[in-house]
Design a protein around this ligand. Structure first.
Ligand code: NAD
Length: 303
């Protein structure tokens, strides 16, 4: 679709008569609540597979109505927010292609960007410029609409990864929406996003899953449980995250995640070797550098 240079009138950019949330879980539900809280959306329609869960979302006031029929759910929407797990989102993009007009903005929350962009390009064809890839760097280890929180995005980063074809006006509208709900929006390319997030989010989840799996595999594992220290809980909180969602994230960001795991193994082996050889000086140096780096990292943000 040809890009029209519309004036960036803030009111026009903000107000949406209707949005459709595809996948009304923790992130989709939080976005809906946040937009409703700011009064910038007329109606929120939910789409999902489970009528029961959608009823819960409606009862909680997260959505105004719902449909288990995708065409009905997105009918008349100005903006579609895709917040299902990555592989489901890829499939949903295919289905959306024939259901939405070229004026409808589609944006997403997926934790991996290159694969989603490729799927959108393949599926949406002429509608592709209206797809604005996004990823809120905010979340919880809890899933489902009952974990939705209208303040989730306040003071958290949202990364948008538009490509050359992406309609600038659409990107600007999505940016304004995120800013309205309190997020700090940055734009970067999808390759950079996937490489950085592999290290700051995906690898830590792999480490947490591996550590808890290791404990679970010990003989008489229950003996360890009462003695799990605060450090164990701090380090493994994210191992309570949804397994299917994380399966999709790892498999859709293969190379950067594998590079991160390789790097981690290298550092881990260095630490093992220093412990084996009794090299306390070097060991302390590694820990000291880690502590200095940790102090520089802004805390309190969860992906
Ligand atoms: P969630 O499990 O809470 O919500 C996902 C929702 O999608 C659920 O309601 C589920 O029923 C629905 N769903 C699954 N398959 C579907 C399908 N085929 N059709 C329609 N609906 C379907 O998960 P979440 O934490 O909200 O994550 C959603 C997306 O946001 C994921 O792509 C994830 O990568 C991304 N994300 C998650 C976090 C986080 O911290 N959890 C943070 C940022 C981005």
């Amino acid at each position: 679709m040809a890009e029209k240079a519309s004036p960036d009138d803030s009111e026009t950019l903000l107000q949406l008569a209707r949005i459709a949330i595809i996948g009304v879980g923790m992130i989709g539900g939080s976005f809906a609540l946040a937009l409703k809280g700011k009064g910038v959306v007329g109606e929120v329609v939910g789409y999902g597979r489970s009528r029961e869960r959608l009823e819960t979302a409606q009862d909680l006031g997260v959505i105004d109505r719902f449909s288990c029929d995708l065409a009905e759910a997105v009918g008349g929407a100005d903006l579609i927010f895709l917040a299902a797990p990555i592989n489901a989102s890829k499939t949903l993009l295919k289905a959306l292609a024939s259901l939405v007009g070229p004026e409808v903005i589609i944006t997403d929350a997926g934790s991996v960007k290159q694969e989603i962009i490729a799927a959108a390009q393949q599926s949406l064809e002429e509608g592709f410029p209206m797809f604005v890839p996004g990823h809120p760097i905010a979340g919880k280890e809890k899933s489902g609409v009952t974990a939705a929180d209208g303040n989730l995005f306040v003071d958290h980063r949202v990364v948008l990864t538009p490509v050359e074809e992406t309609n600038r006006h659409a990107t600007q509208r999505v940016r304004r929406l995120w800013e309205t709900v309190g997020a700090d929006v940055v734009e970067m390319d999808a390759v950079g996003h996937d490489r950085l997030l592999a290290m700051t989010s995906h690898l830590p989840h792999a480490v947490a899953f591996a550590l808890v799996a290791l404990l679970g595999e010990q003989q008489n594992a229950e003996e360890f449980f009462p003695l799990a220290a605060g450090g164990f809980y701090d380090l493994t909180r994210v191992a309570s995250s949804d397994p299917a969602m994380w399966r999709d994230i790892f498999l859709n960001n293969k190379e950067p995640v594998l590079a991160g795991i390789d790097g981690y193994i290298t550092v881990f082996e260095r630490i093992r070797e220093l412990i084996r050889s009794g090299n306390g000086t070097e060991l302390e140096t590694i820990f000291e550098h880690a502590r200095e780096t940790r102090a520089k990292i802004q805390t309190g943000q969860v992906v």
